[in-house]
Design a protein around this ligand. Sequence first.
Ligand SMILES: [Zn+2]
Length: 231
Amino acid sequence: MYCINCGVKLADSEKKCPLCGVAVFHPDLIQPEGEPMYPNNVQPVPQRPSRAAQIVMTTMMLMAGLISLACDLQISGKVTWSGYVIGALLVGYSMMVLPFWFSRPNPVIFVPCSFAVVGAFLLYINLKTGGDWFLGLALPVTAVLGVIVTGVIALLRYVRRGQLYIFGGAFLALGLFMPVLEYLIYRTFSLESFFGWSFYPLIALVLFGGMLIFLAICRPARERMEQNFFI
Ligand SMILES: [Zn+2]
């Protein structure tokens, strides 16, 4: 016997589905008494790291930052390499620990925040090394990637359908950004030639994104794909 709602296999003695709670009904079966196949109370699986793990992670990263700073100051008398260590720790923290302090971290908020932290870290490296690549290269690249990723996440979260359009569009946008990226690198570092490598990722990404959108539009092709790949 199977649940009419979710399809899970049930013992004949089951009165209702232990998974989805739908009452079991089979016109030809008299329900005998007997051991149910599944326990009655299913423990919910914890979805996020515990508060204790959060506190341990925070303390460890804080210690790592402070020890690096102390060593750096002891050895060189000023902030040199420890600045990069602390910056990298902040980037890691903003991505892997900070969101989970909230009970339901919303990626539409914390993903752009992580990109902002990455941007700030790159600005710090740029200023510290006396480079002039931040405004011309790092800032636009971080911003464009941040907008694309946040856009995909926001659409997936709030639209909840048309995933093929969303991913297809993202790959197209990424592909079209490749020549821009090459141009920014070319301009920032005053390179000799322009229009070289970016052509290949452009073609690959546009083809892949275009294929996803084609599958989204063309229902028979999509069904064939689903049959072939079980997706
Ligand atoms: Zn069920």
